[in-house]
Design a protein around this ligand. Structure first.
Ligand code: TUI
Length: 312
C-alpha cells in the first residue's frame, strides 16, 4: 500500500509502532521494521547512553529504516536529541511535549520528524515548525494521553494541516486501520497490539494481563497532575485514584508513579506496577509475531476497502 507516509519513510506498509517506554526496545523495533512497518525505539525516561546502545543493536538486526521516539519530559532529552543525529537515525517521533527546539538540528541532519500531537492547534504549530508528518493520538491510547478521541481528532487534524497525518489510539486491527484511512489518515501507529508481540520483551505477566483484559478494564489516572495516563485497572490505579480523590499533592502522586511502569514491564509486578495499555486491549487474544500482526491487519484492511461497506 502506497501513501505519502510509506514514501516519506521508505517503508512497505503504512504502519508505525508506538514508541513505548521500556517496551519499544531494539528487538521489537527491528522486528517491526523487518516486517515492513516502521519500528521505533522508545527512549522513554532512559539515559542517552542507553538509547545509543539500543540504536546500535537495532542497526545490527535490520538494514531497514527504523526510528527513535523522544519522550520530551526525559531530563536527558537534549542529549538524546544529539545521539539521534550522531547515530544517523532516519526518523524521529516525539511525545509528551513540544519538540520545536530540536527541529532545526534534526532537519539539517536530514531526519524525518514526526511529532505526536493531541490537538489540531499543536499539529498546525508543528507543521509550521517544519514537521514532515504528525501522529494524531486520541485518548483511547495507552500511556500519557490528551483529551480528544481518535474519531474526533484525526479528521480535524487532517483539515488543519497539509502534511500527512498518522492516526493513533484505539486502533488494533484491520477494521481500525481502514477506518483511520476513511478519516483521512495516511498511516496508523499501533502500540498496545505490539506489546503482546512474540518479539516484545515485556514480562509474561504483562502480556497475560493484556490478553485477559476486556474493553472496560483501563483507567485514567493523573488527571489532577495534568499528566493523565491510561493503564489497566489494578491495585496501583486504585491506590492512585484514591489519593487523587483525597487531594494528594503533585509530589506524592509523582513519587507513586515513578518507576511503576518499569516494575510492571521488567519485573512483572502487574499488581503494584503501571500496566499502560490502550482501550483496544480487549481485542487482543493471543501472542503473534510482528510479521503476523502486520500481515493480518493489512489483509483485513484490504478486504474491507475493496468490499466497501455494502451500502448504496
Ligand atoms: O507521550 C505519549 N505517551 C506516553 S509518554 C509516557 S512516559 C510517561 N509516564 C508517566 C507520566 C507521563 C509520561 C507514556 N506514554 N504519547 C504522545 C502524546 N503526546 N500524547 C499527548 C501528547 C502531548 C501532550 C501535550 C503532545 C504535546 C503536548 O503539548 C504540550 C506542549 O508543550 O505544548
Amino acid at each position: 500500500m502506497k501513501t505519502r507516509v510509506t514514501e516519506l519513510l521508505g517503508i512497505e506498509y503504512p504502519i508505525i509502532q508506538g514508541g513505548m517506554a521500556w517496551v519499544a526496545e531494539h528487538s521489537l523495533a527491528s522486528a517491526v521494521s523487518e516486517a515492513g512497518g516502521l519500528g521505533l525505539i522508545g527512549a522513554g525516561g532512559a539515559p542517552a547512553s542507553f538509547v545509543r546502545e539500543e540504536i546500535r543493536k537495532a542497526k545490527e538486526r535490520t538494514g531497514k529504516p527504523f526510528g527513535v521516539n523522544v519522550m520530551l519530559m526525559n531530563p536527558e532529552a537534549d542529549e538524546i536529541a544529539r545521539v539521534i543525529v550522531e547515530e544517523g537515525v532516519k526518523v524521529v517521533t516525539t511525545g509528551a511535549g513540544n519538540p520545536a527546539k530540536y527541529m532545526a538540528m534534526w532537519k539539517e541532519a536530514g531526519i524525518r520528524v514526526i511529532p505526536v500531537v493531541a490537538s489540531s492547534a499543536m499539529a498546525k504549530m508543528m507543521e509550521r515548525a517544519g514537521a514532515d508528518a504528525v501522529v494524531a493520538e486520541g485518548m483511547e491510547s495507552g500511556g500519557h494521553i490528551g483529551s480528544l478521541t481518535t474519531m474526533a481528532l484525526v479528521p480535524q487534524v487532517v483539515d488543519m494541516v497539509g502534511i500527512p497525518v498518522i492516526a493513533a489510539g484505539g486502533i488494533g486491527d484491520g477494521r481500525g486501520f481502514a477506518a483511520a484511512l476513511m478519516l483521512g489518515a495516511e498511516a496508523v501507529q499501533i502500540g498496545t497490539r505490539f506489546v503482546v508481540a512474540k518479539e516484545s520483551v515485556v514480562h509474561a505477566n504483562y502480556k497475560e494481563k493484556l490478553i485477559k483484559a476486556k474493553d472496560i478494564d483501563s483507567e485514567v489516572t493523573g488527571m489532577s497532575t495534568g499528566h493523565p495516563v491510561r493503564s489497566l485497572r489494578n491495585h496501583m490505579t486504585r491506590e492512585y485514584l484514591r489519593l487523587e480523590k483525597e487531594g494528594a499533592g503533585f509530589e506524592e502522586l509523582e513519587k507513586l508513579g515513578l518507576g511503576a511502569l518499569r516494575k510492571a514491564v521488567v519485573e512483572g509486578d502487574v499488581i503494584n506496577g503501571t500496566v499502560m495499555a490502550g482501550q483496544i486491549a480487549g481485542l487482543i487474544s493471543r501472542e503473534q509475531t510482528c510479521k503476523e500482526i502486520i500481515e493480518e491487519m493489512m489483509e483485513q484492511a484490504y478486504e474491507l476497502l475493496k468490499k466497501g461497506n455494502g451500502y448504496e
